[in-house]
Design a protein around this ligand. Sequence first.
Ligand SMILES: [Zn+2]
Ligand SMILES: [Zn+2]
Length: 1219
Amino acid sequence: MMAARGARAPTSEQSWLEAAQAFIQETLCPAGKESSVQLTQLVIDCVKTAWLSQARNQGFILPLSYSFVSVQDLRTYQRLPCCSHLSWSSSAYQAWAQEAGPGGAPLPRERLLLLGTLTDLSGDLEQECKNGSLYVRDNTGILGCELIDLDLSWLGHLFLFPSWSYLPPARWNSSGEGHLELWGAPMPVFPLTVSPGPTTPIPVLYPEMASRLLRHRSKFRFVHPNLAGKLVRLSALVNSHRKTYFVLSLGSSSPAVSHVSIVVQVPAQLVWHHALWPGRSYVLTELRMSGICGHRYRVWTTSPSSQLLPLKPECVRELELELEGPLLEADPKLLPVPISSQDGTGKKGLIRNSRLLSYTGMVTSVLNEPAGLYELDGQLGLCLAYQQFHSFRRVVRPGACLELQDVHLLQSVGGGTKRPVLAPCLGGAVQVRGFSRQKPKTQSSHQAHGASLYEQLVWEHQLGLPLYLWASKALEELACKLCPHVLRHHQFLQHSRPGNPGLGLQLLAPTLDILALPDSPIRNAQKEILEEPHHCPLQKYIRLQTPCSFPTLATLKEEGQSRAWASFDPKALLPLPEASHLPSCQLNHRLAWSWLRLLPSAFHPAQVLVGVLVASSQKGCLQLRDQSGSLPCLPLTKHSEPITDPRLTGCLVRTERFQLIVERDVRSNFPSWRELSMAGFIQKQQARVYVQFFLDDALILSVPRPFLRSATPSGHSQAEPTHPDGLHMGQSRLFLLYHKEALIKRNFCAPPGASLEAPQPTLSFHVSGSWLGGTQRKEGTGWGPLEPQGDEKKNQKVLLIFLGSSVRWFEFLHPGQVYRLVAPGPLTPALFKEGGSSCISQRPLELAGYASCLTVQDEWTLELERCQDIPDVLGIEKALPESSMTDFLSGNFTDSLVSFSAEILSRTLCEPLPAPLWTKPGSPGAARKCVKLTVALETADCGSLPHLCVYIEDPHLPPPLGLLPGARVYFKQLEKRVSRSHNVYCCFRSSTYVQVLSFPPETTTSPSLPHIYLAELLQGRQAPFQATASCHIVSVFSLQLLWVCAHCTSLCLQGRCTHQGPTCPTQTSVSQANIRLLVEDGTAEAVVTCRDHHVAAALGLCPTEWTSLLECVRVPGRVALHFTGPGAQLESSAKIDEPLTLFLWTLCTSLSVLRPILLSFELERKPSKILPLEPPRLQRFQCGDFPLLTRVNPRLQLSCLSIQEQEHPSSLGAFAPSH
Ligand SMILES: [Zn+2]
Ligand SMILES: [Zn+2]
């Protein structure tokens, strides 16, 4: 950079010398003085000496390739880090650069000559400006510098700096200053006068005596002694209560002798901090004794005339003092050590003590600069946050060597930190022992911001180290999730002020509030440094269990998917007893859809969901977004209401309670249950992942507005007008929403002038409602009247069509709410009046009584209006309308639309419903799918919960989010249909509205069935639909066992499919069975049908017996027995003399079948069947000689759900099998 300023590049010795003279005159000569020939000569001599110190350079007297640089020029022109080494050869520089340290580029070399005065004065010549910092000054300016081994006699002298590096301010920190790192000793331009040692030895006190003197009330209180000793401890440079100071402790070479602390707070002496080396011995002169506010005993402090001198034994003599007076107090070391209150608590065993040690090592990595986190020697963590380390930030980078005195070592702090951490408190100094040779890496902006927030965590929130490390990590994690698209880094990591907390801290606060120690004391710097025994926040710690993590949404999604597929097991989804009787087609349908719910506790550590809530203008659904992607979501309010306020869009959502739902769609072709463990039969699998949560469980934070738009990919998806003047102009109209139709692809005719291509179905929805009042005009922040109200009786019904990016409003619109439709921009007369822009306005919709039909434009917005503000709406019924059971089960087809709330019992994929007439013939049947929901209706006028099937077909697939087993859902305007067997079922249609009322409960307990008497089933609708009864098997009516082809379900003879025509691809057969029994319990009797594996239970066979029985049937293919009545003869096509038939006949008439059982059943006649009940019929009985005619209720028809043996130990004998 500097080399490019070619005008100064000297071409010969003469011009170099002329340039040097001009430079020295301008930059180094004391202002106001005439040119000093002597100074110029001295400077050039000094440069020559340095230059010629390298033998290689002897050929050239002058460093012609070097040019002088002033402080001003460095600051102005040098934008890149660089270094300059005057006497070095290229190979010397190469060798130096080789050792730059791992993973870093060395500082590039510039050929620059730097001279200046070394000083600790930052600006004016006032003492108060001294704060311990070092500077290089010339006539053009001043620049902060660091020097490793300062000789105090150098201050105020002009030097040539032969070796240095310059680091300009970081790019993000435009107001910052660059700084110099001065390598090696500077070369004085004027010879330094070496002060002759004192003529007489200085009288000194050694630490032990100085320490005793402090505690002694004696005449020596007023002497200002000199202290000599070895530097055993050096505190950090502390700035507290507007006072800067540090404390050094002198001891003797024998460690048994106590050390004595000296407080240095005279501004001119703060620079000593640079010159002091622990382990070296010093003399401090003219010390004073002083008390410290809030401190028990007195300390030594320096006086303005104090000096720091190296200790030379020959120049001192010990001062003899006779201490006779009484001690002021006991030696503090002899006092009992106060027991910390924390030790008494239950956490006692968990509290660890850190170790104090000294350590010298090289910084190998910057982990988080604003948080003060570094890596030392590739294996240790270093946390500088518990010191005031601003001045270190610029020096501490990879390659820098640090000496840490009295630093705390904390091991296994937990919270995700694996390595041991060194953390200095205020009691120990961090000293730079070697500068980095590396060029600083360009920081990304998240590495640059947040320093004040991190300081706040330590100094205001008093976080202990384990929690601080975790919080820094969590903030980084969150910043990666949200910055820069959602928020700028500086916004996210901004310092929190009362009433204006930073967003980063708000997201962490719920966790920190739980974990932060409530009674951690406010740090007192003086106590922390001086008090014995040492007490500081780093001294004791408790290993932190990682409280939670903030995964990206993409990670959460991947994790959900991988867990869903890892846990996908066809055998677990289909228990064997049931699966073994299913033909291929049913088997595969049963596997086609399944779901998995993951709660935050399923992850370690627990996961916290954080994202910005947005409404997709492509899909219409709600999503959480972060930098990594988006995740569809289904939020509900506390009262099971959907969210209605569009202002939630763009808010940041943080919740620890959520359900991560993975819906698995599997296409498989398992031939039969035997192959279920073979993954090869899975043809396709895909998963749909989304989250469900309650808004009340979540922290909702609004995000500064300008960043909202960039959070969504499509430009106009946010509620912002596109033109700037639109902010102040606009019109709006209120409407009350009656009904919202499904969000599906619909056909629209192309608007006039559009391309003639066949119109594509467009994702859209309609809402119907009624205007409330007329159009209003924007007036300031509110809305004023624009149009007169008009005729009150005029039809105000309106149909609003949402398509294109307007579908983003779908999730916010719900019946019964009042919304304001806002059109930004200049006023357009009659904008909300007629549906001129809509091409379906003239369709038969008008017949339905709509006065107008309007297509909502992309830039229009919606606002939720509170109903209590609008008198017209007060009378509106807020309850969700429901159809009555009578509507349901009546044969009345004039109103085929029904509405109800129900709990979803199961969800399966099934064969498509019989195709409606209008579907195109020839569409491949295999591609069509149909989702079947079995729901339990929640109706007021029925004792039990009737079950009903709801079918969802294209274009309603995939079904809306949240239709999961266990969820409660409100369905409006489902189409009611009646099957051939007179059962009622429902189908989605385009006007159907669905609203999830509750999520599946997190703990599912299957409710036990009521235990009843069979007679209770005769009470019509009040009877339960499913129940358990203790009853007795009276007789068997029929029994059928058969083998069918798993592929086509035709009968199999001797294991071969009997299907006529093309043979089936596999010769796999499955067994099927059914039995019809008569049972009674003393109150009534019922015919029970059992199928498949329930037949084994009915016959009282164990699994092996059942399997071998079925194997016997394989050869004939089918065995069927019919009995004419209780105990009657066999009425069968099969011959009784066949052993198998005989065995079954014997079994069915034996007491091992005709026994007491516990039967769980459901009514075979569905409550949704619409035929009326059969009336009781007359039946003739023979009672002795008398024929009786009596009215008999129709026999109950039940389907078996399970059969268990009765547990009656006393009756076992009576019913024990007799054969
Ligand atoms: Zn400490
Ligand atoms: Zn077949």
